[in-house]
Design a protein around this ligand. Structure first.
Ligand SMILES: [Zn+2]
Length: 461
C-alpha cells in the first residue's frame, strides 16, 4: 500500500516538474491571421494570444494551445483575423449631420450648411450623443483607433474611453467664434487643459488641432506648434484640401500652404496633415523631410470634388500615409473598408495604372501605415508580440466573398464593415459575434434620432 502511494506521489511529481503553461486572458483563433508585420506574415490557420492589453504571441493554433492556458477563447475559425483598422481623420460627432446636405462643393457645403448647423446645434450633449453613434459605427465596422478634430473634445475623449476605442483627439482651433471657444486664444487654453487632463491615458492621445491654414492666422498656427512641442503631443490639421485653399494661400502668402507652413517653421514631428490633395513635388519633398504624416480621405475628396491626392508620389517620396473617412457628413459613413477600396480605385483611376495601389498596399495604409502617421507604430498597426491587442475578425462567408482565393483581395475589394464579427481594443472585447458590449446599440440610435429632430428644426430641413 505504502509503496503504491509513493509511486503515485512520484508520478504526480513528474507531472508537476513539467513547465506549467502560463495562464493568459484570451486566445483568438482564425482561419487566417494577417499580421501586417514587416515580413507581411500570414498564418493559415493562426492564433493570437493576448494577456492584459498586450499581444503575447502569434502562431499556429496548435502551438499556441500547447503553450498557454487561456481564460477565454474566441474561436472564429471561418474568419480572417487582422489588426484593427486605423482611421486617421474624422470628426466623430458630425455623424449627426450625415445626409443633411449633399452634392455641394466644400466651401458652399461648409459655409451654407455645416458651419450654420454647427453654430445652432453643437453642444456638449450633441457631441456626446454623436460620438456614441460614431463609436458604435466604428466598433461595428472594425475601426479600433481613430483621429478626431472637433469641439468639446473632452466629451469625445470620455465617450471614446467608455466605448473602449483608442483615439488621437484634438480640440479644433479656428479663427471665428466656435461653439466651445470665442477666440483662438480660448481654443488654445482649452487645448492645454485637454492635454493635461488626458496625457498618459492608455487609450487617449491628446493632440493640438488647428483647423487649417485658411482658418487660422500665423500667430495662432505658431502658438499651436509651440504647444505641441511643449507637451510632446501630435498636431492634427487640414492641409491643401481644395484648389480654392491653394489659390487663397498663393494670393495671401505667395506660396503653397505646405511651403508657407515650412517658411514660418510650423512643421514639427508627429504632424498629421489631412488631405494633401493640392501638393506639388516641392511640397511633397517638404512633407517627407519634416516627417509629416498624411491622412488620405479618398471618399470625402471625391464626394466634395476636392481633387485627387497624389498618393503614389507621396509614398514614393517616403511620406507616411494612412487612410481616413473624414466626417460622416462628407463620406457618408465611417467604414474603413470603403476607404481602402476607394483609395485603391482612385489611385488607379488618376494614374491610369492598375498596379499603382494593389490590395496589399491599401490594407497596409489602413493598418500599419495609419499607425506610422499617428506615431503609434511601436504600439499598434500589426499583430506582433509586445504590441497592444487591437484586432478584428472578419467573416468571409457571404455570397459576395465566395470563392475565397486571397483574403487580402477580399478585404479590400468585396468586404464591408458589417462583415466584421469581433472587435478587440487594448485586450478588451468590444464586439463579439456582432454584439457590441460597451454601448447599448438601441439606446445610442434612439438618442441620435431624438437629437436629429433638433438638428432638423435648427436648419429648417
Ligand atoms: Zn476633415
Amino acid at each position: 500500500m505504502r509503496a503504491r502511494i509513493v509511486l503515485v506521489l512520484l508520478a504526480c511529481g513528474a507531472v508537476a516538474a513539467q513547465p506549467a503553461r502560463p495562464s493568459i486572458a484570451l486566445i483568438v483563433i482564425g482561419r487566417t491571421v494577417i499580421t501586417e508585420n514587416a515580413r507581411h506574415q500570414v498564418l493559415s490557420p493562426g492564433a493570437v494570444a493576448i494577456d492584459g492589453n498586450t499581444i503575447v504571441d502569434v502562431n499556429a493554433p496548435d502551438a499556441i494551445a500547447g503553450k498557454y492556458r487561456a481564460a477565454d477563447t474566441i474561436d472564429v475559425r471561418n474568419d480572417v483575423v487582422l489588426p484593427g483598422l486605423i482611421n486617421t481623420h474624422t470628426h466623430a460627432p458630425m455623424v449627426m449631420y450625415r445626409g443633411l446636405a449633399d452634392d455641394l462643393a466644400l466651401m458652399d457645403w461648409l459655409n451654407k450648411y455645416i458651419f450654420p448647423a454647427e453654430a445652432k446645434t453643437v453642444s456638449p450633449e450633441m457631441v456626446r450623443t454623436g460620438t456614441r453613434l460614431a463609436a458604435l459605427e466604428m466598433i461595428e465596422s472594425g475601426t479600433t483607433t481613430y483621429t478626431d478634430m472637433y469641439y468639446f473634445e473632452e466629451e469625445i475623449a470620455k465617450v471614446t474611453r467608455e466605448a473602449g476605442l483608442r483615439g488621437v483627439l484634438g480640440n479644433t482651433i479656428i479663427r471665428f467664434p466656435a461653439p466651445d471657444a470665442r477666440t483662438p486664444a480660448e481654443g488654445l487654453a482649452r487645448t492645454e487643459a485637454f492635454i493635461k487632463a488626458f496625457k498618459g491615458d492608455p487609450l487617449i492621445t491628446p493632440a493640438v488641432a488647428p483647423h487649417a491654414l485658411y482658418t487660422n492666422d500665423t500667430a495662432t498656427l505658431l502658438a499651436c506648434a509651440e504647444l505641441a512641442r511643449k507637451y510632446g503631443v501630435p498636431v492634427i490639421m487640414h492641409l491643401a484640401e481644395t484648389e480654392a485653399e491653394l489659390k487663397d494661400a498663393r494670393d495671401t502668402y505667395s506660396a503653397t500652404p505646405t511651403a508657407y507652413l515650412e517658411r514660418i517653421g510650423f512643421w514639427g514631428p508627429r504632424t498629421i496633415a489631412a488631405h494633401a490633395v493640392w501638393v506639388n513635388d516641392e511640397d511633397i519633398a517638404i512633407l517627407a523631410r519634416r516627417g509629416v504624416g498624411v491622412s488620405h480621405n479618398p471618399e470625402s475628396n471625391m464626394k466634395l470634388a476636392s481633387g485627387s491626392a497624389p498618393i503614389a508620389k507621396l509614398l514614393a517620396a517616403g511620406v507616411a500615409v494612412g487612410l481616413g473617412t473624414d466626417g460622416a457628413a462628407s463620406n457618408n459613413d465611417l467604414d474603413m473598408f470603403g476607404a481602402m477600396r476607394q483609395a485603391s480605385f482612385l489611385a488607379k483611376h488618376i494614374t491610369h495604372d492598375p498596379a499603382v495601389m494593389p490590395a496589399r498596399t491599401a490594407l497596409d495604409l489602413a493598418t500599419i501605415g495609419g499607425a506610422r502617421v499617428l506615431g503609434l507604430d511601436g504600439q499598434i498597426g500589426s499583430l506582433e508580440a509586445g504590441k497592444r491587442a487591437d484586432l478584428i475578425s472578419v467573416s468571409m462567408g457571404a455570397a459576395r466573398q465566395t470563392p475565397l482565393y486571397d483574403p487580402v483581395s477580399h478585404l479590400v475589394y468585396v468586404t464591408r464593415g458589417d462583415d466584421v464579427r469581433t472587435t478587440i481594443v487594448d485586450g478588451r472585447v468590444l464586439m463579439r459575434d456582432r454584439i457590441v458590449k460597451t454601448l447599448d446599440a438601441a439606446a445610442v440610435i434612439a438618442d441620435a434620432n431624438r437629437l436629429a429632430e433638433k438638428v432638423r428644426a435648427a436648419v429648417g430641413r
